[in-house]
Ligand binder design. Structure first.
Ligand code: SF4
Length: 458
């Protein structure tokens, strides 16, 4: 059974009398368990829906609708599948106390992997899930492999029950399911010969493995540092060499690099990033793979929509990871717009300075950085016209990691501020005179509202 959260007015759902709280029981006699059942079983234009409108009032609707007309029904969020692993490097253990409850949930849910690109380990699949993934063709999925040696993988996941991943991926591959895989690099455990073996095993599975990324383990000051450490520069270099070997072979045999190092791996190895073309469709950019080049590509493709900024001063807030990479991006942006972009690199005061990604910056650290910057202005420095804040630092409810709503932060800032994923989004909206509306490259609303917020001060 799944429950309705809201119903669009004038929709088919509303015409049927479906209201928030209605329980959707079955389609064509098949019980509904979650949003996947709802989406796949209602894909036809004709079906029978069994629903409970009120306690004791069960009803069947024989629905025939014009092709492609949505039902207009939004479901309550699914109950997330919890993770049964206990990785030493788990990001949940790395969270400080006092954050929002959802930040302490260890999810390991193939449904979210299919829908949102979350990485799952596939260690908690029941036979029913296997059938479902194949029946609904939930592909591609994003899988955390880490190591293909079963013993090493079980050790990394701290799960003695974790199934052997290679046969599992092969089984899915034979049934048409493809994967993007990641290897979180834990020095002394799955690097060196283990990394070579993992890459070779995954490559040997064939086209079902669409891409593999190698990501250096990320820890905070709250992580189990007595059990796991970050890789050194030499260890990152050695991992990059393994990535390069795998990529050279794939390029020669399959025409794509297939194996990618995360931007962080290059950063920590002090090695230059590959060119944008290397990353193809940037399949793992949400995993920090090719993010910098993706940003440059987005800016270049928006060049004709960018406004003339005529010497305006724009503060660009980011985490320390991008501090050394963003100047090259901002130089291009300044040339295209005539604006002056000032990088404001913010250290993470919530998780500790070892957490460098902009996506985990708390509002308090951003506020402090911008206030400090503006104090300089009072001492003869030049003022900012507005600031761009990392949109990936807020959740769907537009709240930062420290639970501060974006508009609350905006009201406290001394300059107008906009949430932005790639600068081009906000700047082109400003150019069109509409900074409140954000759409992605397909012209549809983004899943995370990135619409700008403006303080109206400063
Ligand atoms: S798989 Fe490991 S890192 Fe991911 S949620 Fe589970 S314990 Fe944490």
């Amino acid at each position: 059974m799944i429950r309705v959260q809201s119903v669009a007015p004038d929709s088919i759902g509303a015409e049927l009398g479906i209201v928030p709280g209605t329980e959707l029981l079955a389609i064509n006699g098949r019980a509904l368990e979650d949003f996947l059942d709802w989406e796949f079983l209602t894909a036809d234009d004709r079906f029978v829906l069994a629903a409970r409108l009120a306690p004791g009032e069960e009803i069947e609707f024989d629905i025939e609708r014009p092709e492609g007309t949505p039902m207009g029904v939004t479901l309550e969020p699914p109950r997330i599948r919890r993770c049964g692993n206990h990785c030493d490097f788990c990001f949940v253990d790395g969270n400080p106390r006092g954050l929002r409850t959802p930040l302490y949930i260890r999810d390991d849910d193939y449904r979210l992997s299919f829908r949102y690109g979350n990485f799952a380990t596939l260690t908690n699949l029941k036979s029913w899930d296997l059938e479902r993934i194949v029946e609904y063709r939930l592909s591609p999925l994003y899988v955390s492999v880490h190591a293909t040696d079963p013993t090493i993988r079980r050790w990394l996941l701290r799960n003695p029950e974790a199934p052997d991943i290679v046969p599992q991926l092969r089984w899915f591959g034979e049934r048409g399911i493809a994967f993007h895989a990641q290897i979180v690099l834990v020095p002394g455990v799955n690097d060196g010969a283990q990394l070579e073996r993992t890459l070779a095993d995954l490559y040997g599975i064939g086209p079902a493995i669409l891409s593999v990324s190698v990501v250096p383990v990320a820890l905070t000051e709250f992580s189990k540092r007595e059990l796991v450490r970050e890789p050194t520069r030499d260890e990152c270099r050695s991992a990059l060499a393994a990535v390069d070997r795998a990529a050279s072979r794939a390029l020669a045999q399959r025409g794509i690099p297939w194996c990618y190092g995360a931007d962080d791996l290059y950063l920590q190895a002090h090695a230059p990033l590959p060119a944008a073309e290397w990353y193809g469709d940037f399949d793992q950019r949400e995993n920090g793979v090719g993010s910098v080049r993706y940003l440059e590509t987005r800016i270049a493709s928006a060049a004709d929509r960018l406004p003339e900024l005529g010497g305006k001063r724009i503060g660009v807030v980011t985490g320390t990871a991008m501090g050394s990479l963003l100047p090259q991006v901002l130089t291009g942006l300044a040339t295209a717009t005539g604006g002056h972009f000032e990088l404001i690199v913010v250290e993470n005061t919530l998780f500790g300075s070892s957490v460098t990604t902009a996506g985990l910056l708390p509002a308090a650290a951003i506020e402090r950085a911008l206030l400090t910057r503006c104090e300089r202005q009072g001492k003869g420095g030049l003022g900012l016209d507005f600031a761009l804040l990392p949109a990936e630092a807020v959740n769907d409810d537009l709240a930062f990691m420290d639970d501060v709503p974006a508009d609350e932060l905006a009201a406290r800032l001394p300059v107008p501020a906009y949430l932005s994923y790639d600068f081009a989004d906000v700047l082109s909206e400003l150019g069109s005179g509409n900074a409140q509306v954000g759409t992605d490259e397909h012209g549809s609303a983004l899943p995370v509202p990135r619409s700008a917020f403006e303080a109206g001060q400063g």
